[in-house]
Write a protein that binds this ligand. Structure first.
Ligand SMILES: [Zn+2]
Length: 364
């Protein structure tokens, strides 16, 4: 089976809702993409007498990272089938019992949104395979340069969006304010794009979300907060809201700035990232590394930091720990590690889905 095209991803999502009434519910995202496509997500969980905490998982954000959609479609399908049949789940050497599957869907709601950026995926699968952004032409300024189309959705969230002010001039955050940057253009304003507004809407609709996972490639990592600087747990005033530290963020290993995270949150985030990596490793021994986003490279405007930042910027909101999976590596998957040959991607799907099940079990 080759990679799913955008119609097939959507039909997989809607078919699961139809096949599992009472267990899976279809969510229609409110904002169509620039090219007019309406996206869907699934809410999965067994009926429960009290409201449950929620794990939200999104994918298909970066257009070329094709397998993220398959990771999430199979994750949803596997759990639904095992729950209804009363069976366990086996991914290579990572095995989950029927009791664990029942426990997971009785204790948690899962919101699974496999294809955030349908326009980008279509363009990547039919025109330019390395395409990463969405397909919004609004910021191109009439330029004929095809690179000037689109926004990097994972730089468009409201977290240190004004990176030129927030970061040290010598820092190198992987973000650009140039619309013709083909990779990491952040957009004119935070949440300028319908795709990121859909993710924000989904979070607003699910205030009991405690954990958020954005599935990307590639690096074989499980990233947790923060992504803008090193973590520190001693000075709560040294934080992303404090303008006193503008111009100081983003340098590794310095004393001028590190991002505050309470020790308990960092310990929990690390344990959950480790649980994910253990689940992956059990399948066939592929080592994924738990680390903060900053240790991959400094960023602003990413989903994982935005979701965790929300309870600081608005104390009425619940706390959401943010994670980013980076599946796959560049060694074995030439010519393109963002969409390896399907036979290898099938194995990666098993790796990552085992990691996600282990992650969800670890939060219950
Ligand atoms: Zn990505």
């Amino acid at each position: 089976m080759p990679y799913l095209n955008i119609t097939e991803v959507e039909s997989a999502v809607t078919s699961l809702a139809t096949a599992y009434p009472g267990l899976a519910e279809l969510i229609t995202l409110p904002e169509p993409s620039f090219e007019g496509r309406t996206a869907h997500a699934l809410r999965i969980g067994a009926p429960a007498p009290i409201p449950k905490k929620c794990v939200m998982l999104i994918g298909g954000v970066h257009a070329r990272e094709w397998g993220s959609c398959e990771v999430l479609v199979h994750f949803a399908a596997d759990l639904l089938e095992a729950y209804r049949n009363g069976t366990g789940l086996g991914y290579g050497g990572s095995v989950f019992t029927a009791d664990q599957v029942q426990h997971l869907l009785r204790r948690l709601d899962l919101v699974v949104y496999p294809l955030v950026n349908p326009d980008g995926r279509l363009y990547s699968q039919t025109v330019k395979s390395m395409w990463r952004k969405n397909r919004n032409p609004a910021n191109a300024g009439g330029s004929p340069n095809p690179a000037c189309i689109g926004v990097d959705l994972n730089r468009n969230y409201d977290f240190l969006f004004d990176f030129a002010t927030a970061f040290d001039p010598h820092a190198d955050p992987q973000v650009s304010a140039d619309p013709c940057d083909e990779m990491v253009y952040c957009g004119p304003t935070a949440f300028s794009e319908p795709e990121t507004r859909n993710v924000r809407w989904l979070l607003d609709q699910h205030p009991r979300t405690g954990w958020f996972v954005d599935v990307h490639s590639y690096a074989q990592d499980m990233l947790y907060n923060w992504g803008d600087d090193d973590n520190q747990s001693v000075d709560p005033d040294m934080n992303f809201r404090n303008h006193q530290f503008d111009g100081k963020r983003g340098l590794p290993g310095d004393l001028a700035y590190s991002e505050y995270i309470p020790k308990g949150d960092e310990d929990t985030a690390r344990l959950l990232a480790e649980a994910f990596c253990q689940g992956v490793y059990g399948v066939r021994g592929v080592p994924y590394k738990p680390m903060t986003g900053f240790h991959l490279y400094p960023t602003s405007g990413t989903s994982d930091d935005y979701v965790y930042a929300r309870h600081y910027t608005d104390p009425d909101r619940g706390k959401v720990l943010g994670f980013t999976v980076e599946w796959g590596n560049d060694a074995a998957h030439s010519p393109n590690p963002f969409h390896p040959p399907w036979a290898e991607m099938e194995r990666i799907v098993l790796d990552v889905d085992a990691g996600l099940v282990q992650f969800c079990l670890a939060v219950t």
